[in-house]
Design a protein around this ligand. Structure first.
Ligand SMILES: Nc1ncnc2c1ncn2[C@@H]1O[C@H](COP(=O)(O)OP(=O)(O)OP(=O)(O)O)[C@@H](O)[C@H]1O
Ligand SMILES: [Mg+2]
Length: 359
């Protein structure tokens, strides 16, 4: 038997391979494989003493070629990551958080190190966490921490909010959530982040029938996710921990429940310096200014800088000469930026910390 001299173009090769095996390849790859499939057809026919068809040769070739299997897996993983909107996060985001900013030390000790110092963790019987809740007032840095974790671990960052999961209708939320969790569990080295978690896992006593079914779905998914062997973390964030269903908060479902609260002076200073570095500035009395922004969250500091930089930009445009930000620019604009935190919010947060924190 001879190798049939039928060498179609790359696109046609991809179509043929797809029709025979159901596997999709890029045309260039398909063209390369097609030649090998023709050889394989000849080889199989010789071996079996009968003329095997293209379909048999194609399927057998794909099934038995390790490198193709690896290619396929790689391609499937890439497609899945694309579908899930996976992002690569810069490692440097971790350094924008000062050592004293809570909960950096907890995150380091209880999440990062058990996942990076694997042998030592095993030696001491420490199991790295798989499921985590971050709670705290708006703008305190919950999302920022989740990104920082993904960055420092060098893992994929996959984010989903209830509004994403409801994009094709509220009644689809449960189904989309199930799909997301099932897919996410098959990805390796990924942090899966669900924001506005109370919308998905709200208290069933106060929920409508639809909401209840979503919470139930989530309660089912968490143990399945925890059973997956790969390197994955599920992190959920909420501003309203008291609204979560109590069944979810019981030990066993979430390994860690971590508060993300107000910044201390050091934390405010680190963030202030981080943003200041990106501006066109002159003499700025950082300590004085940091002392004036007691109840500011990271989001408030970011907003203050947006205002100050916009103003300096406009000044230079108007005056036509280099304008450098100074302490006065900040003190002038500070009265216009209202801090998100106050004594009442902090008291409530302290009560929540007492009641819900689990480390
Ligand atoms: N060291 C830092 N810690 C936390 N956030 C920071 C830090 N440096 C900068 N930020 C910025 O502060 C802003 C607020 O943080 P983030 O969005 O993480 O808060 P959040 O708690 O998730 O808020 P929300 O409850 O509204 O979702 C973000 O733009 C973030 O990038
Ligand atoms: Mg957030």
């Amino acid at each position: 038997m001879e190798i049939v001299a039928d060498i179609p173009g790359p696109e046609e090769c991809a179509t043929r391979i797809f029709n025979y095996s159901g596997q999709k390849f890029e045309p260039e790859v398909a063209a390369e494989y097609w030649m090998k499939i023709l050889q394989h057809k000849w080889f199989l026919s010789e071996k079996l003493g009968r003329d095997v068809g293209f379909k048999v040769a194609c399927v057998d070739f794909i099934d038995n070629t390790e490198s193709i299997q690896q290619e396929l897996m790689k391609e499937q993983t890439v497609n899945l990551l694309k579908e899930l909107g996976a992002q690569v996060i810069d490692r440097s985001i971790w350094d924008t958080i000062s050592e004293t900013q809570p909960p950096k030390r907890i995150v380091d000790k209880m999440i990062i190190l058990p996942l990076t110092e694997v042998e030592l963790a095993q030696k001491h019987g420490v199991t790295p966490p798989k499921t985590i809740i971050f709670f705290g007032p708006p703008g305190t840095g919950k999302t920022h921490f989740v990104k920082a974790i993904a960055g420092v671990l060098g893992w994929w960052y996959i984010e989903a909010s209830p509004s994403d999961l409801m994009a094709d209708g509220q009644d689809r939320l449960g189904k989309n959530l199930k799909q997301l969790m099932e897919k996410a569990a098959t990805v390796d080295n990924a942090v899966i982040f669900i924001d506005e978690f109370e919308e998905i896992a709200g208290n069933r006593d106060q929920a409508s029938r639809v909401d209840k079914s979503i919470t139930n779905e989530f309660l089912k998914q968490v143990p399945l996710f925890k059973k997956q062997a790969g390197n994955t973390l599920l992190v959920c964030a909420t501003n309203y921990i008291e609204q979560l269903d109590s069944a979810l908060l019981r030990p066993g479902r979430f390994d860690l429940i971590i508060p993300v609260g107000a910044l201390d002076n050091e934390g405010r200073k680190t963030i202030f310096e981080h943003y200041l570095e990106k501006t066109n500035h002159g003499e700025v009395d950082i300590d004085k200014l940091v002392g004036m922004i007691d109840f500011f969250t990271p989001a408030d500091i970011e907003y203050l800088f947006r205002k100050v930089t916009q103003r300096s930009f406009e000044k230079e445009l108007a005056e036509g000469k280099d304008y450098r930000i100074s302490t006065g620019d900040f003190t002038g604009l500070l009265p216009r930026v209202k801090p998100s935190l106050n004594v009442e919010i902090i008291k409530q947060f302290d009560r929540d910390c007492h009641k819900y924190t689990r480390l």
